[in-house]
Design a protein around this ligand. Structure first.
Ligand code: GLU
Length: 430
């Protein structure tokens, strides 16, 4: 059965609300997105023909500030998916305490099938259609799957052309030379790495004796693997959309990254490159990687990878969710029953939006930070919120995901309460 992502997201919210004494209006408000925009982007192809691509931008909730969230290019993008991702962004921003609400956007397109110039026309065309709905104080897009800093640069440039002024703060994840922040490129992976370090500290894990499997070797997966490998953790399996490799002794992650950059095909890295032969890596499928007997499993690819179908076969002791929504709510129950601890996505992958916030601050102040400052501030936020959620999950006797939602909904609820609720008006309070 295909899981409806938005319904699944709502189930997590319902579970969390039961652990709070928040006013019922708060659940009602976050239960539906504030606005959903659907557009059709015309793109003149290199051969002269015209194609149209369906795009979306959903603003889920702006209680805590302008809405914030990435923009993905993927053939499977649907409104339902974008709504769920926007919902998660509201909670993610609240988890780390950045003053933003949640949004998300996407275009249903196979980006790899477009030429670089077609990609630029698509990106600029999308901005022309959504320009009235975004802005530094309204809604601030950022990169997500199959979008990158070059695309963010084109989009900022197009928006600035429309407004007839330089508006760097309208979008984050830009090239550093166009007002991007140093440290944004690896921020999602780095934030997850800080969570892994805190978890290891809590549980007294020894890096050299800790085995890790990483599903997905894109921007987030590569960086979390690189940083953990540097600390001496054993990364025994990695994968991309085409397949996985497994080596019980662990991989040298910097050479895997180098080879991937050179060949662009991870399968070639694994199977045809010299590296594969010298390391005697075994090939496996993505599904097999998920079921490996490792200490930590890091899903860093797509949604719905661990579902009711395969959850009972997961052998990892801990899961750190670097992708958005890799575990379905039904799978949560099975993993909980099997005592598998999950550091949830809305905490573990919040490093990206946290450094996006830093970028927005730098764009608005015109003062730019050193890399060390970005790393220190990110580490402080990730460690602080990890411990708050870890302690809360012990205090209320739930899994960490529920605790993260409780933590976030309390922050959102406080702001909503401050604006007035039914109880406030019924009592005629002043
Ligand atoms: N797309 C990223 C996410 O899902 C980053 C969002 C942002 O930086 O605004 O968290």
């Amino acid at each position: 059965m295909k899981t409806n992502l938005f319904d699944d997201a709502m189930r997590r919210l319902d579970t969390a609300i039961k652990h709070t004494d928040l006013n019922e209006e708060i659940a009602l408000r976050v239960g539906t997105p504030k606005s959903c925009l659907e557009v059709s982007v015309p793109v003149r192809r290199d051969d002269g023909s015209l194609s149209f691509f369906r795009g979306y931008r959903v603003r889920h909730d702006d209680t805590r500030g302008p809405t914030k969230g990435g923009l993905r290019y993927h053939p499977s993008v649907t409104l339902d998916e974008v709504k769920s991702l926007a919902f998660w962004m509201t909670f993610k921003c609240a988890v780390v305490g950045v003053p933003f609400g949640g949004a998300k956007g996407g275009i249903s397109v196979d980006a790899k099938s477009l030429s670089p110039m077609e990609l630029e026309r698509l990106s600029r065309g999308y901005i022309r259609l959504v320009a009235d709905f975004i802005g530094p104080d309204v809604d601030i897009p950022a990169p997500d799957m199959y979008t990158n800093e070059r695309i963010m640069g084109w989009m900022m440039d197009e928006y600035s052309t429309i407004r007839r002024q330089h508006v760097p703060a309208v979008i984050t994840g830009k090239p550093v030379s166009m007002g991007g922040s140093v440290g944004r490129a690896d921020a999602t992976g780095r934030g997850a790495y800080y969570c892994a370090r805190e978890l290891a500290g809590k549980l007294g894990m020894d890096p050299a004796a800790t085995t890790i499997a990483v599903q997905g070797f894109g921007n987030a997966g590569q960086h979390v693997a690189r940083l953990l490998h540097k600390d001496g953790y054993r990364i025994v399996a990695v994968s991309d959309s085409q397949g996985a490799i497994y080596r019980p002794e662990g991989f040298d992650i910097p050479s895997l990254i180098r080879t991937k950059e050179e060949t662009r095909h991870v399968q070639a890295v694994y199977c045809d490159g010299a590296l594969c032969h010298s390391s005697n890596a075994a090939n496996m499928t993505n599904a097999e990687l998920l079921e490996l007997d490792v200490d930590i499993l890091i899903p860093a690819a797509l949604e719905n990878q661990i579902t009711a179908e395969n959850a009972a076969r997961i052998k990892a002791r801990h899961i750190i969710e670097v992708a958005n929504g890799p575990i379905s709510s039904e799978a949560d129950e099975i993993l909980n029953a099997n005592n598998i601890g999950v550091v949830p996505d809305i905490l573990a992958n919040a490093g990206g939006v946290t450094v996006s916030y830093f970028e927005w601050l730098q764009n608005r102040s015109g003062q730019y930070w050193e890399l060390q400052e970005v790393h220190q501030k990110l580490q402080a936020i990730m460690a602080r919120e990890f411990h708050r959620i870890y302690d809360l999950h012990l205090a209320i006797g739930t899994d960490m995901r529920t605790a993260a939602y409780v933590h976030a909904i309390k922050r959102i609820g406080e702001t909503m309460e401050a604006k007035g609720t039914r109880a406030y008006f019924a009592n005629g309070s002043r």
